[in-house]
Design a protein around this ligand. Structure first.
Ligand SMILES: Nc1ncnc2c1ncn2[C@@H]1O[C@H](COP(=O)(O)OP(=O)(O)OP(=O)(O)O)[C@@H](O)[C@H]1O
Ligand SMILES: [Mg+2]
Length: 320
């Protein structure tokens, strides 16, 4: 356990479904809470409630039940909705979230995006919790807005599929850029390849993703969307900003492959690494067992890499 960690709220706001947001949230919740002994709150803001289901909670109850709307817009304390699934973190399940977004939409436009920050994060982060992690849906709604305002630190998982870079582009230009322009500070702590399985010394989809992440100026420009002089739409960085430095600061070392290493791989001089985070059947099995991965399979080989992401959350960035 790290002494006196700096409290931090983290969101996983990828505007594309199925890249591993919910898997990351429950796994990192387990590592930070169960394995490292921090006080952690995990909040499911996805109306589909996959995370809640995966931890054994129902997402629909009668309208009388106390839910997030009563905390954000009413007088109810967060204690009324916090559960303890028993994996080292407290949990707010996705209960009646359609009605929560409806209620927020009726509130005044500006104030309604600040509710999560004011009523939950400002009240409890640093006091009761060291870390608050928000799982959000793969499309934008009122609760996504609330999450990015409340938790200005993002982790972005990407899968080796053709839509991956489009997903990041949407997220960068429609969410991160505008948030930075309007609110100033918003950090992408890391972008992380997930569900990897193929070799990278051949032209596989895994190689395609890693090569784009590790070499392209346009990829770097998405990570800095909304900052001065950055044109994320056309994919350019301001003069004097090094692509390599931006990538070093946003890709964990286990997924960072530099130009000389690509050359060595292609010349057959280097054993092609099998870059994490790899596809592991234990993720689906843990979900079926209604447990986070660290509880279900503490010896899982990929937990080492999730641990590196937890380090990045603790430090507040890759190079601090
Ligand atoms: N490293 C992995 N190995 C094996 N399966 C994985 C891995 N990461 C994610 N998955 C699986 O991929 C699917 C999508 O993952 P997950 O639900 O975490 O993504 P998501 O971004 O939260 O999706 P949504 O936007 O639908 O909520 C799930 O079935 C999950 O079990
Ligand atoms: Mg999800």
């Amino acid at each position: 356990m790290t002494a006196n960690p700096e409290p931090r709220a983290v969101c996983f706001p990828m505007l594309k479904g199925g890249f591993g947001k919910s898997t990351f949230v429950s796994t990192l919740g387990g590592i930070l809470g169960d394995m490292r002994g921090h006080e952690v709150l995990v909040v499911d803001l996805d109306p589909a409630g996959h995370l809640s289901t995966g931890l054994g909670y129902y997402t629909r109850e009668n309208d009388e039940a106390t839910d997030l709307a009563d905390v954000l817009l009413g007088d109810e304390s967060v204690d009324a909705i916090v559960k303890n699934p028993g994996h080292g973190f407290d949990f707010v399940p996705a209960l009646n979230l359609e009605s929560v977004t409806d209620a927020l939409s009726k509130d005044s436009v500006l104030a309604s995006d600040l509710k999560m920050k004011q009523e939950l994060v400002d009240e409890h982060l640093g006091d009761r919790y060291d870390y608050i992690l928000f799982d959000v849906p793969g499309s934008r709604n009122k609760l996504t807005n609330n999450a990015v305002v409340a938790a200005p630190n993002a982790i972005l998982p990407l899968m080796p599929v053709p839509e991956a870079l489009n997903g990041l582009r949407e997220t960068a230009t429609r969410l991160v850029g505008p948030i930075r322009s309007q609110l100033g500070n918003f950090e992408i702590l890391a972008t992380v390849p997930n569900d990897m399985s193929a070799r990278i010394d051949h032209q596989t989809k895994d190689r395609k993703l890693l090569e784009s992440m590790n070499t392209q100026e346009s990829f770097a420009s998405l990570l800095l969307a909304g900052r001065d002089g950055v044109d994320a739409r056309s994919g350019t960085l301001p003069a004097g900003t090094e692509v390599e430095t931006v990538l070093d600061n946003h890709i964990p070392s286990f997924a960072r492959i530099r130009a000389d290493e690509w050359e060595a791989i292609d010349a057959g001089e280097m054993d092609p690494p099998k870059p994490p985070i790899r596809h592991t059947g234990a993720v689906g099995d843990a979900y079926e067992a209604r447990e986070p991965l660290p509880s279900y399979d503490p010896e899982n080989s990929q937990l080492e890499y999730f641990g590196e992401i937890a380090d990045i959350i603790e430090r507040g960035g890759i190079e601090q």
